[in-house]
Design a protein around this ligand. Structure first.
Ligand SMILES: O=C(O)CCC(=O)C(=O)O
Ligand SMILES: [Fe+2]
Length: 209
């Protein structure tokens, strides 16, 4: 999978690093007290991070009960709980930068990192909010960095209504904030277009999942 991505590569010579946040983040207010922040191209040298995570993270295939069947979860996962060392120092830097930018507004630090590996366009995550824990009742934030092939993240209000599409590319940051996890749902739909692998890194505060 790594080779397939590498074949399609982008600039390999850029150094791995983070750009500024500050005034580069664009906020969009959604209905019901939700908002999203977008910061395209936050990471430079994102190829390096993709390669390292693809190789170093102990990716797990999970299976889940769906009605009377047990089915494969269509993506690979690894959850880094509070206090667990992250698989790459760049993720520590990213979390520190997110805390510096959002700490005051969020009122607490980002604590956990959920990593997902979408092997190709058949991997996906269905409509959901991150409502395990406090996200079901309180405003919170979920910050997501994408590396690898671009995929669409869809958002729709829980009560129904048109969905919004954001194409998340290599090195992009999106932050879902306010009431987003309980008043909106999000999904990464399957795509029939040829798509290489994508890794998503989600930072969340304590007891939000
Ligand atoms: O892949 C993504 O960017 C979103 C993942 C997600 O929504 C989740 O794991 O809760
Ligand atoms: Fe989610």
């Amino acid at each position: 999978m790594t080779a397939a991505f590498q074949a399609s590569l982008l600039a390999l010579d850029e150094e791995l690093g983070l750009g500024p946040l500050g005034g580069t983040v664009r906020r969009t207010h959604l209905a019901h007290g939700a908002w999203i922040d977008l910061r395209p191209g936050w990471l430079t040298g994102a190829d390096t991070l993709f390669e390292r995570l693809a190789e170093r993270v102990p990716w797990r295939a999970e299976r889940r009960r769906m009605y009377d069947k047990v089915v494969d979860v269509p993506r690979l996962l690894k959850f880094y709980d509070e206090g667990e060392p992250l698989p790459d120092p760049l993720l520590d830097d990213a979390r520190r930068a997110l805390d510096a930018h959002y700490g005051e507004e969020l009122g607490e630090p980002f604590r956990t990192a959920g990593l997902c590996f979408y092997r190709d366009g058949r991997d996906s995550v269905t409509w959901h909010g991150d409502t395990i824990g406090r996200g079901s009742a309180e405003d919170t934030m979920v910050a997501i960095i994408s590396v690898g092939s671009p995929r669409s993240l869809l958002l729709r209000p829980r009560g129904g209504g048109p969905s919004l599409r954001h194409d998340l590319g290599h090195g992009d940051l999106i932050v879902m904030g306010g009431s987003c996890q309980r008043t909106w749902e999000h999904a990464i739909p399957k795509t029939s277009r040829p798509s290489g692998p994508r890794i998503s890194i989600q930072f969340r505060p304590h007891d939000v999942r």
